[in-house]
Design a binder for this molecule. Structure first.
Ligand code: ADP
Ligand code: MG
Length: 570
């Protein structure tokens, strides 16, 4: 043993620590779930590393997690025989904010305690949550494959500093010892610990063990202490959740599992659990969240996490980008393949045919799930749309094969209501089409108000024809890829001719001809005046209140798009 060295936490760590302790006090028991989750990740990582190097786990091959306690010392220990950490890794992972998500979380902080507490509820708090219940934490670890004398002890009271020490004889893996605060001694009760493991960690695929309870005799009050021949009970189900039959799994099981893989505090909105057998076999368990992650984590398409690739029960890597298209990046879950080789790399995944099949199968599952929700529970679907609609719209342009499925899932604001909520589906619209109406009409604009009040709507409004109001940034781009739905053309009211004639009462047409004649002189003057500004000046019947409006040729870029490009300097 060397003398302990003192290190300072990275400044941000201190900030996260304080926030976690204050914001999550009312959910303090989640610390156990977080530490077990880390232990499980560490076992996953060792199992993966041992594929290429079996010696790494040979001496103690049964991967497991052990929870024990010492009632006199007021300590609770969470131990795993997983991958462990080297000295550098301890500094990197525990002493700094290693996760980019956490760093971006910090950028989001407003300084307003209440708002920040809500924010922290939206991201996984991880290791530091242990400081909610502990006033000192001792972490001892040795990385698999490193010599027995390269163990590391990390210790901190969570107040700005930690100490590091090299140890001579440490078992492979990691032990986290929590020195519980005086008011948190409930976590020394075996029944309480067992209850929490069942509630939050039953789905963990490795055995979570606790010291066997030796009868209910009060004289055996020290049953949790480390003794020489300690006997253990497995407390959790200890098999990968997605491999268990659906009939055996309760909603709570799926919910707890979702929280483990997604770091989301909210329950998922829905999930689909399927086994596919055929030219290849795999299991998929896919979750749709109920809330979009906070803005900063969401805006970019770069970092996508939460869809895990397993191969025959072995965790391989986070592979959202390889297993789902970008427009489904809100989905998390597990794909467990029976057929892929264990030594796949990201590059191989990129070109593998089986992976391409899995990707298209998984996309279809998600879209089917969304369609089912939209049929079964309108409110629930509306909740989904409000959170993720704008992301789903990207699919119309990106996923040609599923265009029709996607179009069915779209929701719009429309002239059918005085509300800007996006609630109208294309099927709703078609159901309300007027006799003789052939197209689905829409208008794009910068805002709902601008769309709603556009003079270009007047003629259709006067004839009771509904118009979809497309006002999101992405709409103009998306609608360019959607020319048709259910055999009906989608037409912009700002482009070319809208066939008012077919919609109008037959009697109108005489009157119109007269009006056109009467305006001939005026038209001529306007054409000369505006010669270098417009292509043509016509009498139009689309207006009922405004004297004039600008129209685009059928193939012109929409006005809204032209404005955007101009702003961008084109
Ligand atoms: P997360 O698990 O989301 O990455 P945590 O704060 O829970 O965030 O953990 C931070 C990092 O510390 C982990 O990513 C991992 O590298 C390391 N770590 C934590 N606990 C363990 C453990 N039991 N074994 C090995 N590494 C661990
Ligand atoms: Mg963690």
């Amino acid at each position: 043993t060397t003398t302990p060295e003192t290190h300072k936490f990275q400044a941000e760590v201190q900030q996260v620590l304080q926030l976690v302790i204050h914001s999550l006090y009312s959910h303090k028991e989640i610390f156990l779930r977080e530490l077990i989750s880390n232990a499980s990740d560490a076992c996953d990582k060792l199992r993966f590393a041992a594929i290429g190097n079996p010696a790494l786990s040979q001496d103690d091959a049964e991967l497991r997690i052990e929870i024990s306690f010492d009632k006199e010392a007021h300590t609770l220990s969470i131990r795993d025989n997983g991958i462990g950490m080297s000295r550098d890794e301890v500094i990197e992972n525990i002493g700094t904010i290693a996760r980019s998500g956490t760093r971006r979380f910090l950028e989001q902080l407003s300084g307003d305690q209440r708002k920040d507490a809500q924010l922290i509820g939206q991201f996984g708090v991880g290791f530091y949550s242990a400081f909610i219940v502990a006033d000192k934490i001792t972490l001892t670890t040795r990385r698999a494959g490193d010599a027995a004398d390269s163990g590391v002890r990390w210790e901190s009271t969570g107040t700005g500093e930690y100490t590091l020490e090299t140890l001579e004889s440490v078992a492979r893996g990691t032990t986290v010892v929590l020195h519980l605060k005086d008011e948190e001694l409930e976590f020394l009760q075996p029944w309480r610990l067992r209850e929490l493991i069942s509630k939050y960690s039953d789905h963990i695929g490795f055995p979570i063990r606790m010291p066997k309870e030796i009868g209910h005799d009060e004289t055996e009050a020290n049953e949790g202490e480390e003794k020489l021949a300690l006997e253990w009970d497995t407390v959790n189900h200890a098999s990968a959740l997605w491999t268990r039959p659906k009939s055996e799994l309760k909603d709570e099981d799926y919910q707890a599992f979702y929280k483990h893989i997604s770091h989301d505090f909210n329950d998922p909105l829905a999930w689909a659990h399927n086994r596919v057998e055929g030219n290849q076999s795999y299991t998929s368990l896919l979750f749709v969240p109920s809330k979009a992650p906070m803005d900063a984590m969401w805006s970019g398409r770069e970092e996508r996490k939460g869809l895990k690739l397993y191969i025959r029960r072995v965790f391989i890597m986070d592979a959202s980008e390889q297993l789902l298209p970008a427009y489904l990046r809100f989905v998390s879950g597990v794909i467990d393949s029976d057929d892929l080789p264990l030594n796949v790399s990201r590059e191989i995944l990129q070109q593998n045919k089986l992976v391409a099949q899995i990707k298209s199968g998984a996309s279809k599952r998600v879209l089917d799930l969304l369609e089912k929700i939209s049929n079964d529970d309108k409110d629930k679907y509306q909740g989904f749309w409000n959170e993720f609609g704008n992301v789903l719209k990207e699919g119309v342009a990106e996923d040609f094969a599923n265009k029709d499925k996607l179009a069915k899932l779209l929701r719009f604001a429309s002239t059918s209501s005085e509300d800007k909520a996006q609630t109208v589906s294309l099927d709703d619209y078609i159901g309300r089409m007027k006799p003789g109406q052939e197209a689905i009409y829409y208008i794009t604009a910068d805002s709902w108000l601008a769309a709603r009040n556009s003079p270009q709507l007047e003629a259709l409004k006067a004839r009771g024809v509904e118009v979809l109001l497309l006002v999101d940034r992405i709409d103009e781009w998306m609608i360019g890829y959607l020319n048709e739905y259910a055999g009906k053309k989608l037409k912009s009211v700002a482009k070319g001719d809208i066939e008012i004639d077919k919609l109008a009462d037959a009697g109108d047409s005489e009157k119109r001809k007269e009006a056109e004649k009467a305006a001939e002189g005026l038209l001529g003057k306007l054409k000369t005046l505006l010669a270098d500004k417009v292509r043509d000046v016509r009498v139009s019947h689309r207006l009922t209140e405004s004297p004039s409006c600008l129209v685009l040729d059928e193939h012109d870029m929409a006005a809204h798009m032209q404005r955007l490009l101009k702003q961008a300097g084109h």
